[in-house]
Design a protein around this ligand. Sequence first.
Ligand SMILES: O=C(O)Cn1ncc2ncnc(NCCc3cnc(NC(=O)Nc4cccc(Cl)c4)s3)c21
Length: 274
Amino acid sequence: ETRSNSYMWSLNDFEVGAPLGRGKFGRVYLARDKNTHYMVALKTLFKTELIKSRVEKQALREIEIQSHLRHPNILQLLTYFHDEKRIYLVLEFAARGELYKELKRQPKERFSEHLSAKYTYQVADALEYCHQNNVIHRDIKPENLLLTHNGDIKLADFGWSVHAPSNKRNTMCGTLDYLPPEMVSGQKYDIFVDHWCLGILCYEFLVGRPPFLSDTSDETYDKIKKVEIPWPPQITPGAKDLISRLIKRRSQDRIPLREVKKHFWILENKDDPK
Ligand SMILES: O=C(O)Cn1ncc2ncnc(NCCc3cnc(NC(=O)Nc4cccc(Cl)c4)s3)c21
């Protein structure tokens, strides 16, 4: 039987299994609901770590944002609870784990046009839904995408998401490769930062590395500001057309997500594996 909304979840409701991954603020464990035997991913966040890094408001904002989002390509936050030391996020379990590892496992560390178009379509669909709910994800990259057992995308980790529009400074700890020009220069930004990241993501699926990858972060900043995209031979004209319409310096020039979903390269490649 399902529990009423007022039920107070606790660690005691779960049998905790193998660690799935580790983050800066805590670990992710495979866990099973003792009652229903439903498998979940249990993300623990140490309160002291959150406070030390001054991201405790971010964690609460993520819980607020993610508990209202419901979409087949967004990793669902099922519930949450805390004890004296940790906050626990009870998340949908994505059985094929991080897309990033799947990308590195590929023969040339890159996806076929079919998989690239399928994943780009599913992320575009999830982002369109986020934007309709006035949420900017802001941290779209392969590390934040998970795969279900049947190979569908789950957009995860809304730890950096905010309500649009925003000029929230974010001390990005991760890669700079996905930052759009407006965020690099600390300007006000809007939902179109996600469009930029979708273009970078599609490029990385097809090439195996992001377009502005450089040895130093200064070089990366320069390439981001100049928007110089190298086009290796495996990028077909259709893929180049879509990517060029997303990686635009001016945010309002980036094509809408509904246009991404019906772009000819996406429609020609997203369904049948070649
Ligand atoms: O990814 C893995 O390591 C392994 N893995 N494998 C399968 C699988 N199935 C589901 N979830 C997984 N991982 C958790 C993904 C997250 C979702 N939401 C998050 N939110 C968050 O981290 N928030 C957060 C962090 C630090 C500070 C602040 Cl303020 C907020 S992490 C899975």
